[in-house]
Design a protein around this ligand. Structure first.
Ligand SMILES: *[C@@H]1O[C@H](CO)[C@@H](O)[C@H](O)[C@H]1NC(C)=O
Length: 583
């Protein structure tokens, strides 16, 4: 029935077009406005999903979503790391425009208690949809900042960016939340503190001997005692640093209050599912926008007992299969509530799988299939090419596959138009409305060029005309095979002495060489110079549109500030579990 209604409205639209009415990409979409359910995995590789060619990992729910909808094969993240990619997703703009990048090697927001974050002046699609009457919710990971000047001004909080409801982590899941081997922060801090401890211990010893033997004239017992106190403090901090990180960053919030600090990671899966189900039930009269931002499949790969040891790919595979099951549970909730046909569902990952997440012979990061590189690398496809699936029964064709270049930034104008809203006119929006492409009324995407940034540095750009050209200006130095890219670091750097600048740039034709294995030269590619010059002109034109803004991820706004630390209880005893109480 619904299908019929929609085809009638399309007939009417087709007639209107034939009769000379101007078709407008910004016109209202057919029929009632859909609910919008956005599902985003964390660090999932494109090669980890069945419908993208994986034959051994079981992702039946994501595969079914693709079979019932449209699957994009060239869907690209605007950045190869969480914070900037998510900022671009929510704003439809390259992260450099909102300042959600660094120029100093700080690739993501480092702590919850930093002053940087998505500036309140940015407009997210949630903000527009809320103004258009949608009920908006975010469940899961945020990682776009919290407060500016005091611990509860919450200037960067999801509720200050258009969400009516938030339940989840203001920061990000990380190995340090479970004291895992592949520590992001603990190991570094511990070793720095240990060095300080050893230096001060040596100084204390020297002073003591100096005092006893009268060899050091300035040495006094007061000095010795102070030095010993500092020494003890450093030692204690070094022992406690793991616990401190857990309290500082691994906690859950419900709207403006802390729900559980530190969180018990094992409980987050059922808690998130319960939260999704109750949101959908509460707002089934619609329209609603729900962004489910999974903590899966980021390390430490927290997996419930039911899924442990089930996949042929170790803990990473188990975790991926569990996330697929969660997708299934969420889709089932839609079904039970009778919302399947009135909801646009989207599934993606914030960027490619991590090649560095390995320990010994065990790979704990995602698989990027035939694509080179991974998480942290902006130019190579493996860092930015991600799954992209849309389902809206009756409006979008089932089983269609589209190979055109599209971006995560395209979600912004797409959902804004579906909600009957307008994209902001006072700023550059880089995303393009996807509806016509998804429906098949447009054959080509509106992206002729796409820029590929690593932090604030432009590493590569693609040009899609008949062929699909990719031009690399800078590439990270890494080992493509063996022990995982920039093994020993968390991600490969964007600048400095661990990158190569290419003059002339590297050129690939992705339509013939999607793995970027064979760089073209003026000898092998007659149009080499013409392509490189065209792309260089596009880059120059793009640069003209940039307005300098403060970089939120630079050290000034990306260093831990004790006075911004959210704390449930009395500092430094940040400890509570409000969800344990019956609600
Ligand atoms: C499927 O995914 C796993 C886990 O990431 C990976 O090890 C494996 O190589 C993939 N298989 C294929 C055929 O892509």
């Amino acid at each position: 029935m619904l299908r019929l209604e929609h085809s009638w409205s399309w007939l009417a639209l087709a007639l209107a077009v034939l009769l000379g009415a101007k078709p407008s990409a910004c016109g209202p979409p057919p029929g009632p406005r859909p609910n919008i359910l956005l599902l985003m995995a964390d660090d999932l590789g494109i090669g980890d999903v069945g419908c993208y060619g994986n034959t051994t990992i079981r992702t039946p729910n994501i595969d079914r979503l693709a079979a019932d909808g449209v699957r994009l094969t060239q869907h690209l993240a605007a950045a190869p790391l969480c914070t900037p990619s998510r900022a671009a997703f929510l704003t439809g703009r390259y992260p450099l425009r909102s300042g959600m990048v660094s120029s100093q090697g700080l690739r993501v927001l480092q702590w919850t208690a930093v002053s940087g974050g998505l500036p309140p002046s940015e407009i997210t699609f949630a903000k527009i949809l809320k103004a258009k009457g949608y009920t908006t919710g975010l469940i899961g990971k945020w990682h776009l900042g919290l407060s500016c000047a005091s611990p509860d001004d919450h200037c960067h909080h999801p509720l200050n960016h258009g969400f009516d409801h938030f339940y989840g982590m203001p920061f990000s899941m990380m190995a340090d939340c479970e004291r895992w081997e592949l520590s992001e922060k603990r190991a570094v801090l511990e070793s720095r503190l240990d060095v300080c401890f050893q230096l001060v211990a040596l100084a204390t010893l020297t002073l003591t001997i100096g005092k006893l033997t009268h060899l050091i004239p300035g040495a006094s017992w007061t000095l010795v005692i102070w030095s010993a106190v500092v020494c003890l403090l450093l030692f204690a901090t070094s022992c406690l640093v793991g616990a401190l990180i857990m309290h500082a960053d691994c906690f859950l919030m419900r709207n403006h209050s802390i729900a559980e600090q530190p969180m018990r990671s094992q409980r987050t899966t059922p808690l998130m599912l319960q939260e999704v189900s109750s949101f959908v039930k509460r707002h089934k009269q619609g329209p609603f926008l729900l962004f489910v931002s999974f903590l899966h499949v980021h390390t430490p790969l927290v997996t419930t007992e039911n899924f442990r040891g089930r996949s042929p790919h170790g803990l990473y595979g188990d975790n991926t299969e569990e996330m697929d099951w969660m997708v299934g549970q969420i889709l089932e909730t839609l079904d039970t509530e009778g919302l399947t046909n009135s909801t646009l569902v989207y599934f993606t990952s914030d960027h490619g799988g991590s090649l560095e997440a390995r320990f010994g012979n065990n790979q704990y990061g995602g698989w990027n299939g035939i694509y080179k590189g991974g998480k942290g690398m902006a130019g190579w496809e493996g860092g930015i090419r991600v799954p992209g699936i849309f389902r809206w029964p009756g409006v979008l064709p089932a089983g269609r596959v589209i190979h055109e270049p599209t971006s995560l930034m395209d979600i912004f104008p797409t959902v804004v138009h579906l909600a009957g809203g307008q994209v902001p006119q006072d700023r550059v929006v880089d995303g393009r409305d996807l509806l016509a492409l998804l429906q098949g009324t447009a054959r080509h995407s509106d992206h002729e060029f796409l820029m590929h940034y690593c932090e604030s540095f432009l590493h590569a750009a693609r040009w899609h005309q008949r062929d699909l050209w990719k031009v690399h200006f800078t590439t990270p130095i890494f080992q493509p095979d063996g022990a995982g890219a920039c093994y020993g670091q968390i991600v490969c750097p964007c600048s400095g002495n661990r990158v190569t600048h290419h003059a002339p740039p590297l050129l690939f034709d992705l339509s013939r060489d999607p793995s970027e294995a064979h760089a073209l030269t003026p000898d092998t590619e007659p149009s080499f110079h013409q392509v490189v010059e065209t792309v260089a002109r596009a880059v120059a034109a793009h640069r003209q549109t940039l307005i300098p803004v403060p970089l939120q991820l630079d050290a000034a706004d990306n260093t831990w500030k004790p006075w911004l630390q959210p704390c449930c209880g009395r500092f430094p005893f940040c400890w509570c579990d409000r969800d344990a109480d019956p609600r």
